[in-house]
Design a protein around this ligand. Structure first.
Ligand code: B12
Length: 156
């Protein structure tokens, strides 16, 4: 790591659950990240604007109320349109009804998220995973070290 890494974090859409992101904010700060917490009920556009303005290394999206799929529709297209190359994590209660977490994870990977987590994840695991993923992201690694890296991303 050559400089402090920047994270934009929030709960997306109409979702009012704020406890998870508040605790994540503290854990990430403790872990050495610069964190911008947009709070609950954050529209997609606010994530994109903040990530762009802060030149964020990572965007962490939280969703607890079961409507993550609808709330994240088109999110990665917006990020691409704004030239935001941050890695993206999503976590929380991502789906309602009977489905396996593996199928949920697969679905959100297909939507463009680099890493997908359920409600069981611990804060230390998020911090560790974020550190690894940001350091392995090809565009970011190039910017920070000048190294040529293969365009592979870790998935979990
Ligand atoms: C507190 C609470 C509320 C409070 C929220 C207060 C607030 N300001 O935050 C209030 C009363 C407002 C509320 C409202 C509702 N709630 Co509520 N709520 C809860 C409750 C009891 C606890 C959530 C919480 O704070 N947990 C503690 C934190 C630390 O855990 P967490 O948020 O899960 O975060 C952890 C992980 O998920 C993860 N994580 C979270 N986000 C992210 C993001 C990333 C990137 C990563 C890596 C990890 C990560 O990290 C944390 C550490 O493990 C849960 C049940 C439960 N036990 O989880 C229901 C629950 C989430 N609520 C639920 C529902 C349905 C609602 C309502 C729709 C109810 C209603 N009919 O009105 C509304 C939604 C309103 C809205 N617009 O959002 C359901 C969701 C069902 C689903 N998704 O399948 C739950 C699961 C209850 C249930 N069993 O039915 N709720």
């Amino acid at each position: 790591m050559t400089s402090t890494q920047t994270v934009v974090l929030g709960t997306i859409g109409s979702d009012a659950h704020a406890v998870g992101i508040t605790l994540l904010e503290h854990a990430l700060r403790e872990g050495g990240f610069e964190v911008y917490n947009l709070g609950a009920q954050t529209p997609q556009s606010a994530f994109v604007t903040e990530a762009d303005e802060r030149d964020a290394d990572a965007i962490l999206v939280s969703s607890l109320y079961g409507h993550a799929r609808q709330d994240c529709e088109g999110f990665h297209d917006r990020l691409a349109a704004a030239d935001v190359d941050a890695v993206t994590f999503i976590g929380g209660n991502l789906a309602v009804g009977q489905t396996t977490f593996e199928s949920v994870r697969q679905e959100f990977h297909e939507m463009g998220f680099d890493r997908v987590f359920g409600t069981e994840v611990g804060f230390d695991e998020v911090v560790k995973s974020l550190r690894e993923t940001v350091n392995n992201a090809p565009e970011r690694a190039d910017e920070q070290t000048g190294a040529q890296t293969e365009p592979t991303r870790l998935r979990s």
